[in-house]
Design a protein around this ligand. Structure first.
Ligand code: SF4
Length: 465
């Protein structure tokens, strides 16, 4: 039996690329290891020695995919890309693991993608009508087929021609025997940063992947920017601009690691400010502040600092069960969040507790946590959430939820408070959330407001899941 106690949205992928490094594949492995939180269901590396592309990918965590002692020696060369993938829709099939590698009249190419192509169904049908045969059910493969079918002549024009047909969210790394390409969509939904090593360049979804290999952060890849890195150096090109930049604010709230930079800002700093803003908007007459670990930790520190309340570690998380828990011979009804979290009675007993978390999706986990805290003697539980209510699905690279699964889509905050059994419940406002970043107008807030910055085709259905 498998139980999922993680009531969060999930990022669907992490990408990494490196050019001009004699240990390209080994450093890609380490980069993927640092990006493991962005996808735990498959991992892969493609590398090139300048003539051909070698590929190794598989299902599972990074370490397990590359545990085979033969795997790394096969990944020769001084340039590589890597990918971690998350999927909740059942098709965590090896066929959909990335990088995706194809050979066409353009030669060999490998691609790793973070995002969601919202017009994938139409593009796929049109390519199939023109004879394309797809290896995967993933939307990411479409880019390679669009390139193979382009009538443009130069590599850059072919790439641009393919990218300009895409709608939605994409941060790509693309490898050919001659070059590494990094691209962000014109809205800039998903993050991608550029760094330098002693001998070349590196790109990654988050900068924690630079730290682990000793690379230096240079800057964020700009929305709509194509970076081409080869033996001649690095060149930057620009796609046609989007209406407005729309970086995913949820990267700061939850997805990204607090030790990373994303969109040119420190995640830890933004997350603490979210806690501070929450404390200003929703103060509480209480004794202690605790977090739902690990996702609420940093915002809880900000809340405690601003409110003057004592920060305590009141919930202990079991780090060894992963996202899901396999429980043979158990009645599912007996399994609850206690498998993952346990309150510290000596900390919460007899206390009025402010409980901080980053978001509420279905509310089922929060309801159990509140019950657990009361069972260990908490006399009041006041829930504070460092994102506004999530009332709308995300179509831009996040584990998509149907509206019906989002408790805030159909229930008022008071109804949700009643459901989770808290003494009070307050979410941060959208305005306060946007005050925590340098320029709030450059961020997407669609899952809170329903204002989608990029068109989502009617009847959109994600393919590949
Ligand atoms: Fe991020 Fe929400 Fe926008 Fe999706 S809809 S990109 S989760 S802010």
């Amino acid at each position: 039996m498998q139980c999922d106690f993680d009531d969060h949205w999930h990022e669907e992928c992490g990408v990494f690329g490196i050019y001009s490094d004699v240990e390209a594949a080994e450093k890609t492995y380490l980069g993927l290891y640092a990006l493991q939180h962005r996808g735990q269901e498959s991992a892969g590396i493609a590398s090139t020695d300048g003539k051909t592309i070698a590929l190794k990918k598989g299902l599972g965590l990074v370490w397990s995919v590359f545990a085979d002692p033969q795997a790394m020696p096969r990944l020769q060369g001084n340039a590589a890309i890597g990918h971690n993938r998350y999927s909740t829709r059942g098709a965590s099939d090896i066929v959909n693991a990335q990088p995706i590698c194809i050979e066409s009249h353009l030669g060999m190419m490998a691609l790793a993608h973070n995002g969601t192509i919202t017009n994938a169904s139409e593009l796929r049908s049109s390519l199939q009508a023109r004879g394309a045969i797809f290896q995967t059910t993933s939307d990411s493969e479409i880019v390679l087929h669009l390139m193979a079918h382009s009538r443009e002549q130069s590599f850059l024009d072919i790439l641009r021609d393919a990218l300009e047909q895409l709608q939605g969210a994409y941060s790509f790394v693309l490898l050919t025997p001659e070059r590494l390409i990094a691209v962000r969509d014109p809205f800039g939904f998903r993050p991608l940063s550029l760094g330098s090593t002693e001998t070349g360049h590196v790109v990654a979804s988050e900068t924690c992947a630079f730290d682990i290999i000793g690379a230096e952060y240079i800057r964020s890849v700009e929305p709509g920017e194509i970076l081409e890195i080869d033996a001649q150096g690095m060149r930057s090109y620009q796609l046609s601009p989007a209406g407005r930049q729309s970086a995913c604010i949820f990267e700061h709230i939850y997805f990204a690691r607090p030790d990373s930079f994303v969109f040119g800002e420190k995640v830890d700093k933004v997350r603490r400010l979210l806690g501070r803003e929450l404390a200003r908007e929703a103060p509480c007459d209480a004794d202690i502040v605790i977090a739902v670990p690990d996702s609420g930790n940093t915002a809880a520190l900000g809340y405690a600092r601003e409110s003057g309340l004592r920060y305590e570690i009141g919930l202990i998380r079991n780090h060894y069960i992963g996202r899901t828990f396999i429980a043979p011979h158990q009645d599912k009804r007996k399994l609850d969040v206690r498998v993952k979290l346990n309150p510290v009675r000596g900390v919460v007993g007899g206390k009025r507790v402010v409980l901080i978390d980053d978001s509420i999706v279905r509310g089922t986990t929060m309801r159990q946590i509140v019950q657990l805290l009361r069972s260990k003697g908490a006399v009041e539980v006041h829930v504070r959430i460092s994102s506004p209510p999530i009332g709308h699905p995300c179509y831009y690279g996040i584990d998509i939820s149907e509206k019906a699964e989002l408790i805030a889509n159909s229930r008022s905050t008071e109804h949700i408070r009643e459901y989770i059994g808290a003494d009070s419940l307050v979410y941060i406002s959208t305005d306060a959330m946007l005050r925590t970043v340098e320029d709030g107008s450059t961020y997407c807030t669609a899952c809170f407001t329903g204002n989608y910055p990029a068109a989502v085709p009617a009847g959109f259905k994600k393919i590949g899941f």
